[in-house]
Design a protein around this ligand. Structure first.
Ligand SMILES: Nc1ncnc2c1ncn2[C@@H]1O[C@H](COP(=O)(O)OP(=O)(O)OP(=O)(O)O)[C@@H](O)[C@H]1O
Ligand SMILES: *[C@@H]1O[C@H](CO)[C@@H](O)[C@H](O)[C@H]1NC(C)=O
Length: 358
């Protein structure tokens, strides 16, 4: 009699043991707090005047929003579980976005995510096929319903503590700040991508909860209050990045993405120290696609942010993580829109060194 009951028991015990072992090795987790939008793109050769109706050429939908893009980019490396914390309406766009997250392996708590009586965030995009210019209206919808308390509850309720929390600014300021505060409380690396960039001063109370801030060149100038056309070049960028660390109190590093020139990493020498180290990194030399034609740079910055979070969560050092994040961003610009490779398309030089040497 013992024999018959012990078998299933043993199996249960074994599976329990192995899943706990797995849980311990899976501590590297990325939580992205941010926006999820459905992009609705109409391509037309003729733009309508007010009150006029014209016939478009083609139409396409795609999943977007900086938060969603960054979560998908982080998951594309296949290194670490990724969770998206966001809000959507109870509509067909949400269904599409949820299906996309599922396909990309991004975890979403559907019950907390879907709200009644409000639309999912949408970006209505019109592209002039003659010039390539575009006009965009972004309607945040449910993205602006996520409150600070929602973010705190979701982050604290994760089955495992996140190793990194990533946030951008297409959600309410209070919600973004809550992501950084709660992430800090949980001992995660907190990453702020200040996009779209607010006026100087708006982020003053964010910096002390931010380990790493990742602006591009325009965003860096804007959050530092430097007028757009001020002369500067890379000296100016270095100066402003150092200022964010020494004066504004960002905790560990400022990483400025520099388009084709890769990224500048300005890092504090030690915790609490005033000294900083500046280094310039770019995609690995042996990235297979690096000479392929560029389709567009949509979502390149998001690829960088998502990848950086995944690499750091997996224990890669800051400069190496930034170089490899440039690699994923470089892969993304060879594809149309914010589209990222799947884990089985990741080349060896973007895999973690301990696993594969490149
Ligand atoms: N022309 C390029 N060649 C190689 N890599 C590029 C190029 N443009 C962008 N990248 C990669 O993408 C990263 C982000 O690009 P960029 O600094 O332009 O950010 P961004 O302006 O936020 O991007 P986005 O176009 O998504 O708004 C860069 O750090 C770089 O690694
Ligand atoms: C930086 O990102 C913003 C979006 O937040 C974009 O409008 C701007 O063109 C980017 N700047 C550069 C230099 O790539």
């Amino acid at each position: 009699m013992f024999k018959t009951t012990l078998g299933p028991f043993l199996l249960l015990l074994l599976s329990h043991l192995s899943s706990t072992a797995l849980a311990f090795t899976m501590k590297a987790r990325v939580a992205v707090v941010g926006s999820a939008n459905q992009d609705l793109t109409t391509y037309t050769a003729v733009l309508p005047q007010m009150g006029e109706t014209v016939t478009g050429t083609t139409f396409a939908t795609s999943c977007g929003g900086k938060g969603s893009n960054q979560a998908c980019a982080a998951a594309s490396l296949g290194l670490t579980p990724v969770t998206m914390i966001c809000r959507m309406g109870d509509d067909v766009f949400a269904k599409d976005l949820l299906a996309n997250f599922k396909k990309k392996g991004v975890h979403v708590d559907e019950e907390a995510t879907i709200l009644q009586g409000i639309s999912t965030g949408v970006a209505s995009i019109v592209v002039d096929t003659k010039t390539g210019d575009n006009m965009i209206i972004v309607t945040p919808g449910a993205n602006h319903q996520m409150k600070a308390s929602d973010v705190e509850r979701s982050l604290k309720g994760l089955s495992e503590k996140p190793a990194a929390v990533v946030v951008q600014l297409e959600i309410l300021k209070e919600a973004a700040l809550a992501a950084l505060k709660t992430g800090s409380e949980l001992g995660a690396i907190t990453i702020l991508n200040p996009a779209p960039a607010p006026e100087a001063g708006v982020l003053d109370d964010f910096y002390k909860y931010t380990d790493i801030i990742i602006p591009n060149e325009t965003e860096l100038r804007k959050i530092c209050g430097v007028v757009e056309d001020a002369k500067g070049g890379s000296d100016m960028e270095e100066y402003l990045a150092k200022q964010l660390l020494t004066d504004s109190g960002v905790r560990k590093a400022v990483i400025v993405t520099l388009g084709a020139r890769g990224a500048m990493v300005v890092a504090r020498d030690q915790e609490g120290a005033d000294g900083v180290t500046v280094s310039y990194v770019n995609q690995p030399d042996d990235l297979p696609c690096k000479n392929d034609p560029i389709a567009d740079t949509i979502g390149a910055g998001d690829a960088f942010c998502g990848a950086l979070a995944a690499y750091l969560s997996s224990g890669v050092g800051l400069e190496e993580a930034a170089a490899m994040a440039c690699g994923l961003a470089s892969m993304s610009i060879r594809r149309t829109g914010a589209s990222y490779p799947s884990p089985d398309e990741i080349p060896d030089c973007l895999k973690i060194k301990s696993a594969v040497d490149c």
